[in-house]
Design a protein around this ligand. Structure first.
Ligand SMILES: Cc1cc2nc3c(=O)[nH]c(=O)nc-3n(C[C@H](O)[C@H](O)[C@H](O)COP(=O)(O)OP(=O)(O)OC[C@H]3O[C@@H](n4cnc5c(N)ncnc54)[C@H](O)[C@@H]3O)c2cc1C
Length: 442
């Protein structure tokens, strides 16, 4: 019997995109399909700053109807980004561009890059959920246990309630409870050693000339500073430092609710000093000015999931960051969307097969690509560690060549379309192939 009741843990990008993609792919075959998303927060989370959407992410959001919602929001729907301009923060010299357009300046199938506040993207996702008949979001449901009972999956929540279904998708992010309490307790998230220190401010508050068109990465030997517009009218600036940060210091910087205002004030002040220390001598006057502003810097420690993590058991599959959170390089949201669309298509095609075979078939389609991306992200991420003067100069010297040499691979990546990946009609061939692959992965 194909699954009729699907339970999704987490209303982030992976969770909502999975629900929308499953509704589209399965509803024609299963009229009484019911998809419930369980989210631990009581309301839509407003934290998280701005996110860059690559051409692939935009293509997939368009296919799910979300891009149209973003466009309806006018200037708040995000700033169009042709590429990330790279600069040396020390010398002010340009070092190349990570381009989201082809060599003629056109987008891929018309899609370029877009930087948008996370909360705006969530509102757009929610608008599509609202008009999708067989999808509901239930808030205030923090998963504390998952189990299989006979042929059903059961989710238990912190408030004492539970839900039963045929299939669970764990889309609950890097620290996923679905993973750590049920699918693979041996794989907790691990700190990458690097954190984001970020803030948003009004562009009008910066009097010095701004040296970039849409988004810039200002590279230094003390980490990199991302500076970007995040609205179409270029009124809002998003600034994020990607810097080495000692794990032992993290508990002090946690801005939990309930902390005294005085502690919060000290945290913000200390982060401001850290930013001035790292970027206060930049060659760019606007960066010096930003680091001297009395703005609220927030710390986001970046975690990853070890690439050896299991992705599924008999009833549950992990998608998005829950399965493969990697150091961000502006592409992880796209991976979450790719996962959602590919899994929905795989499930629709093999809906009469046993779930573990479907999960294995999906993993076979996906795991190699994700593992490769993880390795590339890790290599790039390491370049944000603190360095001595000589190593810093070497980084500045080699970066332009690295950007140029990776252009072909990026162009191929921007063409990716999860709706066009060939899923063989016979699951038997795919399952056999996946046995061989899985054996070589572990
Ligand atoms: C600092 C930073 C900057 C980034 N910048 C970019 C960028 O510019 N571009 C890009 O593409 N990617 C970026 N990423 C990565 C990107 O944010 C993630 O890959 C993407 O959000 C993954 O989506 P997700 O739905 O898998 O997880 P999440 O977005 O983390 O969503 C998980 C959801 O599950 C909920 N949840 C968690 N635990 C439970 C539980 N126990 N019970 C119920 N619900 C639960 C959470 O509240 C949340 O709503 C960045 C990541 C970081 C850390």
């Amino acid at each position: 019997m194909p699954p009729r009741r699907i339970l999704i843990v987490g209303a982030g990008i992976a969770g909502i995109a999975s629900a929308l993609a499953l509704s589209r792919e399965l509803a024609p075959f299963i009229p009484d399909l019911q998809i419930s998303i369980f989210e631990r927060h009581d309301v839509l989370s407003t934290s998280g700053g701005a996110i860059n959407l690559t051409p692939v992410a935009q293509r997939h959001l368009d296919q799910l109807g979300v891009l149209a919602e973003l466009d309806k929001m006018g200037p708040q729907g995000g700033a169009d980004i042709d590429g990330i301009e790279m600069f040396s923060s020390r010398s002010g010299k340009p070092m190349g561009t990570v381009s989201f357009t082809d060599r003629n300046g056109n987008g891929y199938d018309g899609y370029k890059g877009r930087r948008v506040m996370r909360i705006i993207l969530s509102v757009a996702l929610m608008a599509v959920v609202k008009r999708t008949k067989n999808v509901e979001i239930v808030y205030g449901k923090k998963l504390v246990k998952g189990e299989q009972k006979d042929d059903r999956a059961v989710l238990h929540f912190q408030d004492g309630t539970f839900a039963e279904g045929d299939l669970v998708l764990g889309c609950d992010g890097v620290h996923s409870a679905t993973r750590t309490l049920w699918v693979d307790p041996t794989c907790p998230s691990e700190y990458t050693g690097i954190s984001f220190v970020q803030t948003a401010l009004s562009a009008a508050s910066i009097k010095s000339p701004i040296h970039f068109r849409g988004t810039a990465m200002n590279v230094s030997r003390h980490g990199s500073l991302l500076t970007s517009y995040c609205d179409r009218d270029r009124e809002e600036l998003f600034v994020a430092a990607i810097v080495e940060f000692d794990e032992e210091l993290l508990p002090f910087y946690r801005l939990e609710s309930g902390r005294e205002w005085r502690t919060k004030h000290i945290i913000k002040q200390t982060l401001g000093e850290e930013m001035r220390h790292r970027f206060g001598k930049s060659a760019f006057p606007c960066i010096r000015e930003i680091t001297n502003q009395p703005t609220d810097w927030m710390l986001y420690p970046v975690y990853q999931v070890p690439p050896k993590a299991r992705w599924y058991n008999d009833r549950a599959l992990l998608l998005g960051d829950a399965a493969h959170a990697m150091p961000p390089r502006d592409e992880s949201a796209a991976y979450a969307l790719d996962d959602a669309i590919l899994f929905a298509r795989t499930l629709a095609r093999y809906r009469f097969e046993p779930l573990p075979d479907i999960f294995r078939a999906y993993q076979n389609l996906r795991r190699e690509t994700v593992n490769k991306a993880f390795k590339v992200s890790q290599r790039m991420w390491a370049k944000n560690r603190d360095m001595g003067m000589l190593e810093g100069r070497l980084k500045e010297w080699t970066l332009p060549r690295t950007i140029r040499s990776q252009r072909g691979a990026r162009e191929a990546a921007w063409e990716f379309d999860a709706t066009k990946i060939d899923i063989p009609f016979s699951s038997e061939d795919l399952v056999l192939e996946s046995f061989v692959k899985e054996f070589s992965l572990y």
